[in-house]
Design a protein around this ligand. Structure first.
Ligand code: NOJ
Length: 533
């Protein structure tokens, strides 16, 4: 199967660019309180510039009680003192832009903190004008919750308010009440928030759980999931038929897109964990939805070449005409890629991410091969793990401090880091890897740079190449120029006939310029990009 890009080579920044996610608590602490901050990010912009990424997406930095580490916002238009001030934020935007880096903010419109003044008003009485800004329902006649809907973080998604004798809905923690997106005032309030940040120079938004925004207006019970796998989080016992991905959500996404389009050159990214056929609906009718509904398929796919080939083919086939693809390799909610696929394959994964068709999103620390860090029970911070313990849902392990240097606390903080560091940081840190020409960091730098200067990698078609099961191979072709990418997903050597060409990069960084006579030999765990003649 062949799919070709409909885009022209006149590049839009977020199409050609690589996005780098920063989890701000863990990136760089400048004031010694053990938590990362905006000044810390400013200080590390030269590193990001050298890495070659084009945009940074920063997880929430707004005032918050931090029950879900910033995904519980109590003020949408300020900065939490833990991270700095609005002046620091302005300085960050200015410094980033000066270095050619765009800033993408996390927009969390589905829910607020229970400490947000909107919710305090809403819960104050049934007659309060903001009552309808959240989702309040009467108990069932027996006093139980209005529906069987479950919170993603454990237990019922309904919390009872004694004072007003109604339940409010929370898809996540009870300290994260869901806003009522059927209320036009709520929509307008959040659209104003978007404008506030775009006026301040923000280049776009990553919208948290965008597929959750609208819930069933008849409040029907969710059906039981017949495919629930024992040991998985309890909310998966139900299918979220009525509590998420409702058809009306598309109207909201289209409105958000219109708000983004009021400003020049901004991007709208949606967080969407749905099967491919539903995911692509978030591009919107006539592509008036999210520019990039995040494609998380690689986060959970079995790491076998045929499985990955199959999911790429299914994704490419499902994309609506004119939709720009994207791929994500890691984020703050999922186990680290280096641990998921192993150290050797993490390099292959890097080459995959940066040679597939579409925007690449990279999670901080993955470029230095940071591992998922085991967290002792008494050090757990994540409320998901606290609420649903013992089945491995904890997200602290992928949020540990960035390993900058071999010095104390890896150069992350002069204080006590809010999460422990991986004990490998004395060897595996950005400073050491930057001067090692064979390191995974050097590989990322070369791949990002190659992608930037190579039209085939940005705008070329994606054409799968038949191979033996160990290897995933594809061509990226633009204007009769082709690159061949061959990735060995196993530790055994493999070979394939690719035609004559020249090696541009190997994941081992030791074959640049090598002549390929036609047969390409791959070592175990090796990926190679060949320019075909
Ligand atoms: C998705 C975010 O990525 C996650 O970290 C957060 O806990 C939930 N949304 C709730 O906001």
């Amino acid at each position: 199967m062949t799919s070709s890009s409909k885009a022209t080579a006149a590049s839009i920044w977020w199409q050609a660019g690589t996005i780098y996610q920063i989890y701000p608590r863990s990136f760089q602490d400048a004031n010694g309180d053990g938590v990362g901050d905006l000044k810390g990010i400013i200080g590390r912009l030269p590193y990001l510039h050298q890495l070659g990424v084009d945009a940074i997406w920063i997880s929430p930095i707004f005032p918050s009680p931090m029950a879900d580490f910033g995904y519980d916002i109590s003020d949408y238009i300020d900065i939490d003192p833990l991270f700095g001030t609005l002046a620091d934020f302005d300085a960050l935007v200015e410094a980033a832009h000066a270095q050619g880096l765009r800033i993408i903010l996390d927009l969390v419109p589905n829910h607020t903190s229970d400490a947000h003044p909107w919710f305090l008003e809403s819960r104050s009485s049934r007659e309060n004008p903001k009552r309808d800004w959240y989702i309040w329902r009467d108990p069932k006649p027996d006093g139980s919750a209005p529906t069987n809907w479950l919170s993603e973080f454990g237990g019922s998604a309904w919390a009872y308010d004694e004072a007003t004798e109604q339940y409010y809905y929370h898809a996540f923690l009870d300290r994260q009440p869901d806003l009522n997106w059927r209320n036009p005032d709520v929509r307008d309030a959040i659209y104003e928030v978007m404008r506030f940040w775009m006026r301040r120079g923000v280049d776009g938004f990553r919208v948290d759980v965008i597929w959750h925004l609208i819930k069933d207006d008849q409040y029907r019970d969710n059906p039981v999931n017949p495919n629930y796998v024992a040991g998985r989080p309890p909310h998966e016992t139900l299918i979220t038929l009525y509590s998420a991905d409702r058809p009306e959500t598309q109207d909201v996404v289209a409105e958000m897109r219109q708000v983004v389009d009021e400003f020049e050159d901004r991007v709208l990214i949606g967080e969407v964990y749905l099967p491919i056929d539903r995911l692509v609906a978030y591009y919107g009718e006539d592509l008036g939805g999210a520019h990039l509904p995040f494609n998380f398929a690689l986060l959970s796919a079995p790491w076998h070449a045929p499985d990955i080939a199959d999911l790429i083919a299914r994704y490419e086939a499902a994309l609506p005409l004119g939709a720009w693809p994207n791929w994500v390799l890691g984020n703050h909610d999922r186990p680290r890629v280096a641990t998921r696929v192993g150290e050797a394959q993490a390099r292959v994964a890097a080459m995959l991410l940066l040679t597939l068709r579409g925007t690449s999103t990279l999670y901080y620390g993955d470029e230095i091969g940071m591992r998922h860090v085991p967290i002792a029970p008494d050090q757990v911070q994540d409320s998901f793990e606290k609420n649903v313990p013992g089945i491995g849902v904890g997200r602290d392990g992928c949020r540990t401090p960035m390993q900058w240097a071999a010095s104390a606390n890896a150069g992350f903080t002069s204080g006590v880091p809010w999460l422990p560091l991986d004990d490998d940081f004395r060897e595996n840190n950005a400073a050491a890897l930057a001067v090692d020409p064979r390191s995974i960091l050097s590989l990322y730098v070369k791949l990002i740079a190659l992608r930037k200067r190579t039209t085939e990698l940005v705008f070329g078609s994606y054409d799968p190449v038949e191979t033996q099961d160990a290897v995933l191979a594809y061509r990226r072709t633009y204007d009769d120029q082709s690159l061949l990418i061959a990735l060995n997903f196993t530790s055994e050597p493999a070979s394939l006939h690719v035609g004559a060409g020249e090696v541009l990069i190997s994941t081992e960084l030791d074959r640049d310029g090598e002549n390929v006579p036609g047969l390409l030999e791959l070592r175990g765990n090796e990926g190679v990009i060949v320019r075909l003649r």
